[in-house]
Design a binder for this molecule. Structure first.
Ligand SMILES: Nc1nc2c(ncn2[C@@H]2O[C@H](COP(=O)(O)OP(=O)(O)OP(=O)(O)O)[C@@H](O)[C@H]2O)c(=O)[nH]1
Length: 241
């Protein structure tokens, strides 16, 4: 299907990280431009045609998100955006953290990697253990991806709560280095203070997903050519016997 200037693109994004790092705040900031804290933590709020039912993770979007699948502890948001004249649909899975996620045999991890086109791994710059968890999550995603035989898995690492720099326990360089070592993108943001840096996170990931799809297509094309050439040579060999 085509839209505006080009083919439509759909992408599934999983947001992962330990408790309280600001996963929901990042998603809500991206979807509504507002900080989750501005809404209060309970009640029904109506804002610009959106209806939010907050018990924090439990959010119902009736306007921006045209589909909602909710479980008691996790949410799937569907969001349509236009980037460079292309209509894009993002499905964003806000997942709760569990110790099981750090197990390489985790079926849940397999399910997420199978579903996802890209990951956003979030830590808080004030919480060293959340950073260590991201490092471990990176390894688990990579080994699951290899096990499933996937070529690429675009990942963005996000150090959130930049506004709390006076309480920082993780240096920017550490985040950048981790991302570099795993060939990921890296952003330090404040979901509380800045919309644009949060927008960059999701747009950056969309760019990587688009690039990885192009390179997977190219690779499939090359593999196809090699396969048909091998078949021709094999036939010639048997013909000459
Ligand atoms: N100062 C500051 N607080 C933030 C920021 N992002 C989120 N918070 C606060 O951190 C707390 C946790 O935010 P959530 O978005 O619920 O975090 P979460 O990772 O979804 O947490 P779980 O529901 O436990 O998985 C809330 O009190 C937010 O208001 C930020 O950038 N700066």
């Amino acid at each position: 299907m085509t839209s505006l200037n080009g083919p439509r693109m759909d992408a599934n994004i999983v947001v992962l990280g330990t408790d309280n790092v600001g996963k929901s705040a990042l998603i809500v900031r991206f979807l509504t431009r507002r900080f989750i804290g501005e809404y209060g933590d309970i009640g029904m709020l109506s804002f610009h045609g959106l209806i939010y039912k907050f018990s924090f993770i439990y959010i119902f979007f009736s306007f921006h998100c045209n589909r909602y699948v909710g479980f008691s502890t996790e949410s799937l948001y569907t969001h349509n955006i236009v980037v460079d004249g292309r209509e894009q649909t993002l499905n964003i899975w806000d997942t709760p953290y569990s110790q099981q996620d750090l197990s390489s045999e985790s079926l849940m991890c397999e399910k997420r990697v199978q579903w996802a086109d890209g990951f956003v791994l979030v830590y808080s710059i004030c919480d060293r253990s959340s950073f260590n968890a991201v490092s471990r999550l990176l390894q688990i995603i990579k080994s699951t991806k290899d096990f499933l035989g996937f070529e690429k898995m675009p990942i963005v690492i996000v150090g959130n709560k930049r506004d709390l720099h006076h309480r920082r326990t993780v240096l920017s360089e550490e985040g950048r280095l981790l991302a570099l070592s795993a060939d990921c993108q890296f952003y330090e943001v404040s979901a509380a203070e800045n919309y644009h840096s949060v927008l960059m996170v999701f747009h950056g990931l969309m760019d990587r997903i688009r690039e990885s799809r192009v390179s997977v297509k190219k690779l499939a094309g090359i593999k196809g050519i090699v396969k048909s050439m091998s078949a021709v040579f094999a036939r010639r060999r048997t013909d000459s016997l």
